[in-house]
Design a protein around this ligand. Structure first.
Ligand code: APR
Length: 260
């Protein structure tokens, strides 16, 4: 990203680089919407789902992330989520999470909708975070909807059965389940009113979350930040091919994004 090295060369007719286009768009923005996926937490040491060594490469999604899988083997499911919970607790927000937390102060309206359940955006200091797929901070009962906080160790497997006859389950949205209605509605509204949409670290193959990037706002400047192309790459205004923890801090600290 040579444009951030300060050297002023070239002619005014040269097209702006993708990053420069994004900075210009952010400069004029009042409302920013950010959709994130597991890629933003990759540099915090957490695996993605579909990448090399991804969770769905090494585990059977139907066994671990579906109501049916939970019903047939809740101990297997909790053992796996307890491992993930421990990894989340041991991880730290990275420069990508921190840059987004800082950006929030620069805009009147700034929303992060994350598919991640690792709470790293909140731990980085972001405030307006919509957790589309839930979080691993609590468990809820399958029968009476009671809730209980989860500490770093998660839920002891001998406590899966709840006194009401139900079972404690992770407060996660599993395949085949609907997203929390209020969270989804707020995410759609925030995407629809955004001047700039950042799509960070998601393969954009899981719906309805992926629709937030391109389905609700034909006028927004949409930028994708991902080392790899995705199915939406051809439908966005700008793609920055790099790791989030490298690209996001370069987009923001330039100070060029402080809205007028
Ligand atoms: N910075 C930015 N993007 C990255 C990085 C990085 N350092 N490392 C990997 N990526 C990108 C990958 O190129 C890939 O496009 O992150 C994306 C991760 O994609 P997935 O593994 O499919 O994860 P995600 O998009 O979050 O999955 C969506 O699927 O399994 C369900 O509920 C689960 O929330 C999850 C949803």
């Amino acid at each position: 990203m040579a444009e951030t090295d300060g050297a002023c060369s070239g002619t005014l007719t040269e097209p702006l680089t993708p990053a420069a286009n994004l900075i210009v768009a952010l400069r004029g923005a009042k409302s920013v919407f950010v959709l994130t996926g597991s890629g933003i937490s990759a540099e915090s040491g957490l695996p993605t789902f579909r990448g090399v060594g991804g969770l769905w490469r090494t585990h059977r999604v139907e066994e671990l992330a579906s109501p049916e899988g939970f019903a047939s083997d809740p101990v297997l499911v909790w053992t796996w989520y307890n491992e993930r919970k421990a990894a989340h607790e041991a991880a730290q927000p990275n420069a990508g999470h921190l840059a987004l937390a800082q950006m929030e102060d620069a805009f009147d309206d700034f929303t992060i909708a994350t598919q991640n359940v690792d709470s790293l955006h909140l731990r980085a200091g972001s405030r307006n975070v919509l957790e589309l797929h839930g979080s691993l901070r609590e468990a809820r009962c399958t029968n009476c909807s009671a809730r209980r906080p989860l500490d770093a160790a998660g839920l002891p497997c001998q406590e899966i059965d709840h006194s009401c006859g139900g079972r404690w389950r992770p407060d996660i949205v599993w395949f085949g389940e609907s997203l929390p209605r209020d969270v989804w509605q707020k995410a759609q509204e925030a995407a629809a009113r955004a001047d700039v949409i950042l799509v960070v670290g998601t393969s954009a193959v899981v719906y309805p979350a992926a629709a937030l990037a391109t389905h609700y706002n034909a006028r927004a400047f949409v930028a994708e930040i991902n080392p790899q192309p995705t199915p939406i790459s051809s439908r966005v205004a700008c793609t920055l091919r790099g790791p989030a923890a490298e690209v996001l801090p370069r987009i923001y600290p330039s100070g060029a994004v402080v809205s007028e």
